[in-house]
Ligand binder design. Sequence first.
Ligand SMILES: [Zn+2]
Ligand SMILES: [Zn+2]
Length: 293
Amino acid sequence: MQLDHPYTDERSWLKGNLHTHTTLSDGSQSVEDVIDTYAQRGYDFLAISDHDLFVDPADYRDETGLTLLPAVEVTADGPHLQQVGLHEAPHPDEDRHTVVATILDAGGIAILNHPKYQSHLEHWSAADIRELATVHGIELYNGVIERHLGAATVTDRWDQLLSEGHHLWGYANDDAHLATDVGRGWNVVQSADRSPAAILDALATGRFYASTGVSISAIVIDGGRISVETTNATRIQLRSDHGVLQQTVDGTAATFHVPEQLAHRSGHTYVRVECLGWAGERAWTQPMYLLDE
Ligand SMILES: [Zn+2]
Ligand SMILES: [Zn+2]
């Protein structure tokens, strides 16, 4: 059994949020105050992503130890999508294929925002995402949706698309508009280097986990064995295609042996680890793909 996965054995983790608004669009805090808020909470990196407006990290970098990443939330004339890594606001073409192509061609990261925003839960339907599956991933969790219509967590849609063979990383973001939105969802990358380039590379290639409160300290994969250590999980689960629960371990750490028969059973292509914590907190690893022997 071999797994194709993005992780290294590195134990240097950096925590960051990729989706934040300021008073330059519809947020309630200035850029400076937003940066201070995240710095005080011990974040390592942050992207300011105002609506269709590029805020240049270079204007703020000297004032903070946080690594600031360039980003924009493409908003007008269609469902929202995030570019991370580019120093520009893409034109919000109503044809989102054009926007995604522009971002990817320029070497940026494209993430589909809050797929279940609004009461119909179809800001980005499964059909929409299938058509744009060249993006890097989706917001598996978007914090601001906790206080809006819709569903903040979309693991069911993620599993549906992963099971069809679409490779999508799962990101967790605050989408902070108010100071009280800060600290709901974040991404933790494996990177010894705090430079924007190193963090962006980890975010683009899946070398991170998404969290709403559980901290993973190690993800070690050897053949078909997956060991996950956390500081505060109460239960750790191995899930496969369509989110099917394969194994559960209670406690802060778990070692799973991916069953050999899973690789030979038609329809099973990946596994992922989900860590459950106190009061509904979660951490999600990225999918790990079963390779044919
Ligand atoms: Zn949005
Ligand atoms: Zn937003």
